[in-house]
Design a protein around this ligand. Structure first.
Ligand code: P6P
Length: 348
């Protein structure tokens, strides 16, 4: 049945008592774009279900025999925590049978994951880090899930590597779930960034942060692991030193060591998060496809920017699923300043 074009609902002024669930918000956003076929909305809705399942497990981690490692390593050679496995399975099971995806990419799997033959395949690819920073869960530090949605470009029914190695500018949506003092889901479909807080008493994500914009002027804060300063390039070292001297009004340093938590603070307060390359990690530590690119789409949709030190993260075409990248992300002015310091070093 062809749905008659509906006039998009006028944006209602957000009254403080106006409860908008993520499902309602996604539907309203879809109605504002009649060309949307609803598949993407269903992907986001299914992801929000997986998020609730993971949140419940993370919040009870201290009470279940689920702490500690699962006794094996992932493709990155990192000890896999049991919650990583749980989160991976929760997302896979929520998404594998919907007929919306042709394949998935996960930090926990070396190759891309085709949708099983027993299920119908769709036109979208989901890339995700099921539980980033999971090593923090044993000490009750906030951790997160990062995801992005791409549209298939090949004619392979169940996807191909080429479908998964698209530049971040080709992402049609991106988001993260932050399992912290409250569980939040933040997403963008490219226009506007919206935050939802889980009300566990009713099991709903409620719109709590409509139209997030990175503040300008930004908070005077930078976020980086300074233990590696001696290994950074001269340009990065000079940039951080410049912030610390800050013309009398020094910057404060904030570093949690959990990417989603550090990024979420940067998104809401402004400033810059950086994980640069160094002598030990010449390509940096963070992954391009399912960490830096999704967060870069969010940062840009909120008025900020994201760079690898030379160019926009969104312009970088991945050459492999798990490739790493340096990351400078947050308030545009600070990201540009970091690029200028890096460029200056290459001229000296
Ligand atoms: P470091 C967590 O292990 C993680 O992948 C990110 O969540 C975080 O930003 C980074 O590593 C922290 O790395 O070297 O500062 O411990």
């Amino acid at each position: 049945m062809v749905r008659p074009p509906l006039s998009p609902p006028a944006r209602r002024p957000m009254a403080h008592t106006h409860i908008v669930t993520i499902e309602r918000h996604i539907l309203e956003e879809e109605l504002r774009h009649p060309e949307a076929r609803g598949a993407f909305s269903n992907i986001l809705r299914d992801l929000s279900l997986a998020a609730k399942v993971i949140a419940r497990q993370v919040n009870m981690a201290g009470l279940l025999d689920i702490l500690g490692t699962a006794g094996h390593q992932n493709v990155q050679g990192e000890a896999v925590h049991k919650l990583d496995v749980f989160a991976q399975d929760a997302i896979y099971r929520a998404m594998d049978h919907t007929g919306l995806l042709c394949c998935m990419v996960s930090e926990e799997r070396e190759d891309f994951i085709p949708i099983p033959e027993k299920f119908p395949a769709g036109d979208y690819i989901l890339v995700f880090d099921p539980l980033d920073g999971s090593s923090n869960v044993d000490v009750n530090v906030s951790i997160g899930t990062i995801f992005a949605v791409l549209k298939k470009v090949s004619n392979h029914e169940r996807g191909s590597l080429a479908d998964c190695l698209q530049p971040g500018s080709r992402q049609i949506a991106a988001g993260y779930i932050l399992y912290g003092s409250s569980t939040m889901m933040v997403y963008t479909a490219g226009i506007g960034v919206h935050g939802f807080t889980l009300d566990p008493s009713i099991g709903e994500f409620i719109l709590s942060h409509p139209d997030i914009r990175i503040p300008n002027p930004p908070a005077r804060s930078y976020s980086v692991n300074e233990a590696y300063a001696a290994r950074w390039s001269p340009g990065v070292r000079a940039f951080v030193e410049h912030l610390k001297e800050g013309g009398g009004e020094g910057y404060s340093s904030r570093y949690i060591g959990s990417l989603v938590a550090d990024f979420h603070r940067t998104l809401l307060k402004g400033g810059i998060f950086l994980y640069p390359s160094d002598r030990t990690n010449p390509s940096g530590k963070l992954r391009l496809v399912y960490e830096a690119s999704p967060l870069a789409l969010i940062a840009e949709a909120a008025g900020g920017s994201a760079s690898n030190g030379r160019e926009s993260i969104l312009d970088v075409k991945p050459t492999s699923l798990h490739e790493r990248t340096p990351l400078f992300i947050g308030s545009s002015g600070l990201v540009t300043m970091a690029e200028e310091f890096v460029a200056r070093e290459s001229q000296s």
